[in-house]
Ligand binder design. Structure first.
Ligand code: ADP
Ligand code: MG
Ligand code: MG
Length: 897
């Protein structure tokens, strides 16, 4: 097996297609070295990742065939360079570098200047006529090799440098004289011997193998393991790191030498400007280490135009070749430029979108490539309200907490969720300031511009809920103390209820007063970019399990309020896939009437109370349907169990409730007891309520029909769908549909209109999925409620699985959290069955998803494959879903070509 690949002298054994074997660094070095690029790359060889894999399989030993191959290519390197490793008169010096298939910047170790020893340093001096340089290289090597390969504490080396610098009275490394450097080397060696009990290795080959071992060893160092974990690179997904041994070039040979890093475009804004940093008379990591302040690349144009122009040319050629933004490392040795690395550069979300759009316009890439190049999650960064940069400069920072949920929020401070709701209702923008939040605060949190808490971490209730809502949040801000109901104290200063504060959830900073916040908009490049995504989805086509050809793939939003609908619309949703009606009942006066309805002793009383709610519901529906301007609005009939609306845990709560409803406390208490359930999730809820009390859904359907009739009379567009939740049997759908149609007929006659509504069913229990063929006879559409479907397929309670899911993931019993990513073997398999059975009976059956999974990129891919017509997610995930949906289309087509 070939384990070693040569590059240099205008050619290379490998190329960029061999990332898996040569690592990103090795593959790109080979590609740069050979035609057509033929860039100035110092010669060298790369040992493959296969060796790394074997190295661990064999218990940290190399396969025998490796040794002769390394000998062969080292000899080739020596002959190309005209120097020998370890030669006392003219030594070949090499670097030993790491590099996996996926770039892990700074995670593994690199050793420079290898091949120096007590004699070779003299040879290097003579050969270069630069004694200071030779000793600087030697001291760097001892330090790096000692630290990286031999595990001598880095600080011990630093202490010696500091000691010598202080004695010499200098601040910068560059100010050290040759004598100082010699002294450092001698102290390093003495310290090394003391630490390791043996002399610093003088044999160059021994040094080389030591360094190779150190690089392979670094694949499993805690830093690298942690990096893979954080970046979701599963252990075993990569073979390991490759090792590149290459001839050194020196940026530390005086003022005509230097080293730098540059980007072919600005990685933070995406602008098409060449940028970077460099240091004269420096080597390798000096730029990154921050010992000296580097100069901007633009200055190189002034100080060394020839090198600058050459770099500009290389930048253009590399971009044209890789069709992507390049991150490059270069070194100048006595006026000659060398390229040491190139890779596709990391970038912010904003830069990713801008570059993708620009490159399509420049003809560098096509639209599909552009779409595949941006991570859906990266779009989040572009969609949050931001503090105005100029305004921040003038603002007064008063405290700092944890950056729990990004985005900026500014408002008048209030201290309870009730106040937040009340003030918001009066049109005020509020910032909710609390010690901690609890589930009771949700409604108040939802109307706040931001949330600030004095206790709790990034996983506290406030933080989790805020992130879920897309609301900015700073939590655990201990500078905030609560004085009384009207006042908080922040660092000794009083702030009264109604005073303005501003928070930045991205930084955790709190500012006094109003700092200008800019809302997120979809415009410019992002609009263009998402437009392409929409186009790709609209033109898509696939054949599903049922044998039907399904065209297009839309993105809808879940939204319960006109404001949600406005957001959804602004973010590009094509419709509302889930409009929950229960939240509408939590507002007074609807709540009181609804509670009276619940405790009604008979049907007549129930109907009377429902009649009072009807006009309010009608108004809510009217607003939402109007806002969506003819796009589909899927309204779900009442879903949760009734006891959620009657909360009376303590005696005083019961008294208050009885008083409010004007009923006898004893009777109310009996009613509350009757309503209590052991397992409300599986209890009397959803369409089961309509089986026992048909009048509830009848009222809701009437409100929907009346709202629509009103729009019809006003010649406004409308497209309403009625959705039945918690279905397990076709009989439920048949019966509820019949009742609904009777109500619609009644309204049609009364209003002189001829409205028709699509009526469909949620599929959220296994029985519904398995009997989908029967249900499809009575349903115009299915909407997969994958939260409940996951819960009931797994038998995992959504409220309790937190106790064990971590163990499941750690022991890899499950690969992903099934409530975050749709599980292929469970709920997704049931969805596939439902698609097949459903569309076999009813070819026009429209399919969608309205669970949390609708906003998860991996799940969106599965939904496309199954053949859903749309996914529906929360409004602020819509842009992400528009992109992920297009990527799903492209991915699917590539796999099925
Ligand atoms: P990392 O992956 O951490 O960037 P590298 O292998 O790229 O590590 O090396 C670290 C630094 O050493 C880089 O700045 C690189 O340019 C420099 N370097 C590596 N090999 C050589 C070489 N042969 N000659 C000169 N400098 C080198
Ligand atoms: Mg590098
Ligand atoms: Mg449900």
């Amino acid at each position: 097996m070939k384990y070693v690949y040569f590059f240099g002298n205008g050619d290379a054994d490998g190329d960029e297609s061999m990332r898996a074997e040569l690592g990103g660094k090795g593959a790109n070095l080979a590609q740069m070295a050979k035609a057509p690029l033929s860039l100035p790359v110092p010669a060298g060889f790369t040992i493959t990742t296969d060796v790394c894999q074997k190295y661990y399989e064999l218990g940290r030993k190399y396969p025998e065939e490796l040794y002769p191959q390394v000998d062969e290519y080292l000899a080739k390197l020596e002959s190309v360079m005209g120097k020998k490793l370890g030669d006392e008169n003219d030594p070949l010096l090499v670097s030993v570098r790491s590099g996996a298939a996926i770039s892990m910047p700074g995670m593994m170790d690199t050793i420079l200047n290898l091949g120096l020893n007590d004699k070779a340093v003299e040879g290097l001096t003579k050969k270069t006529g630069n004694e200071r340089f030779a000793w600087d290289a030697y001291r760097r090597f001892i330090q790096m090799y000692g630290d990286v390969a031999m595990g001598v504490d880095h600080d011990k080396f630093e202490a010696i440098i500091d000691e010598v610098k202080e004695k010499a009275g200098v601040k910068q490394d560059t100010e050290l004289t040759t004598e100082n450097l010699k002294e450092i080397v001698s102290k390093y060696k003495a310290m090394y011997k003391k630490e390791k009990g043996e002399d610093f290795p003088q044999d160059a080959k021994q040094q080389m193998w030591g360094a190779i071992g150190a690089v392979f060893g670094s694949w499993m160092n805690p830093r690298a393991i942690k990096y893979r974990k954080l970046n979701n690179i599963k252990e075993g997904a990569l073979k390991g790191t490759a090792v590149t041994v290459m001839a050194m070039v020196f940026g530390n040979k005086g003022e005509t030498s230097g080293t730098g890093v540059c980007f072919s475009r600005d990685p933070s804004t995406g602008e098409n400007v060449f940028m970077g940093e460099y240091l004269m008379n420096a080597q390798g990591e000096d730029v990154v280490a921050g010992i000296r302040t580097p100069q901007k690349l633009a200055q190189l144009e002034q100080t060394n135009k020839k090198i600058y122009d050459e770099l500009c040319q290389i930048r253009d050629r590399l971009e044209k070749h890789y069709h992507d933004m390049q991150d490059m490392e270069f070194t100048v040795e006595e006026g000659k430029l060398y390229m040491l690395q190139c890779r596709n550069g990391k970038r912010t979300g904003a830069a990713a979108v801008k570059m993708a759009v620009d490159m399509v316009k420049e003809g560098l890439i096509d639209k599909e490539t552009a779409i595949m190049r941006v991570e859906p999650e990266q779009l989040n960064q572009l969609l949050l309200p931001q503090l105005d940069k100029d305004a921040v400069k003038k603002a007064t920072e008063i405290a700092a907490g944890l950056n729990a949920s990004p985005g900026a929020g500014c408002g008048q401070i209030v201290f309870t969720a009730e106040e937040a709701e009340e003030w918001a209702k009066n049109g005020k923008k509020v910032l909710l300031v609390r010690k901690e939040t609890s589930p009771d605060d949700i409604a108040g949190m939802a109307v706040s511009q931001g949330i600030l808490t004095s206790t709790g971490g990034r996983t506290s209730h406030a933080a989790v809920v805020a992130r879920g809502m897309g609301t900015p949040c700073v939590c655990g801000c201990s500078d905030v103390t609560f004085k009384d109901a009207e006042t908080v104290v922040i660092k000794g200063k009083n702030y009264k209820k109604g005073d303005f504060l501003t928070i930045d959830g991205a930084t955790g900073l709190v500012y006094e007063g109003q700092v200008a916040v800019k809302p997120a908009t979809i415009s410019g490049d992002l609009e263009t970019f998402l437009g392409w995504a929409d186009e790709i989805r609209a033109n898509s086509e696939r054949v599903t399990e049922s044998g039907n050809t399904v065209k297009g793939f839309d993105i809808y939003a879940n939204g319960d309020t006109p404001q949600n609908a406005i957001d959804a619309f602004r973010f590009g949703a094509m419709g509302i896939g889930l409009c929950r009606t229960e939240h509408m009942f939590f507002d007074e006066p609807k709540l009181t009437d609804f509670q009276k309805m619940i405790i009604s002793e008979d049907t007549a009383a129930r109907k009377e109370n429902l009649a009072k709610i009807l006009p309010h519901q009608q108004k809510d529906f009217y607003e939402i349907i109007k806002t969506m301007e003819g796009r589909p609005v899927t309204i779900r009939l009442l879903d949760p169990p009734l006891n959620e609306f009657i909360q009376a845990e303590t005696d005083s709560q019961l008294t208050a409730l009885a008083q409010k409803l004007g009923v006898d406390k004893e009777a109310l208490s009996r009613k509350v007891m009757q309503l209590a359930e052991h397992n409300p999730m599986l209890g009397h809820r959803g369409c089961r309520l309509a089986i026992t009390y048909p009048e509830i859904y009848e009222m809701q359907v009437e409100a929907i029909a009346r709202a629509t009739a009103q729009l019809e009379k006003e010649s406004k567009k409308h497209n309403v769908l009625i959705m039945i939740p918690n279905v397990v049997s076709y009989n439920e759908v048949e019966q509820i549909r019949k009742q609904a149609e009777a109500v619609i007929d009644k309204v049609n006659k009364e209003k002189g209109v001829n409205l028709k509504f699509e009526i469909g069913s949620m599929i959220e229990f296994p029985r519904a999925a398995l009997s989908a063929g029967k249900i499809a006879k009575y349903a115009d559409f299915f909407s997969f409620g994958t939260n409940d479907l996951t819960q009931t397929t797994f038998g995992f309670s959504r409220d309790d699985y937190g106790k064990f899911i971590e163990s499941y993931l750690q022991q890899r019993i499950l690969e992903d959290d099934p409530f975050a990513t749709l599980d292929e073997d469970g709920p997704a398999a049931l969805m596939e069955i439902a698609e097949e059975k459903g569309r076999t009976v009813n070819q026009h059956l429209h399919l969608g998803i309205c669970g949390e999974h609708g906003g998860d990129p991996a799940s969106i891919h599965i939904c496309y494959r199954i053949g859903l017509n749309y996914v529906s997610c929360s409004p602020y995930r819509v842009p992400l879903a528009r992109l992920a949906g297009a990527q799903a289309v492209i991915d699917y087509e590539r796999k099925h070509q």
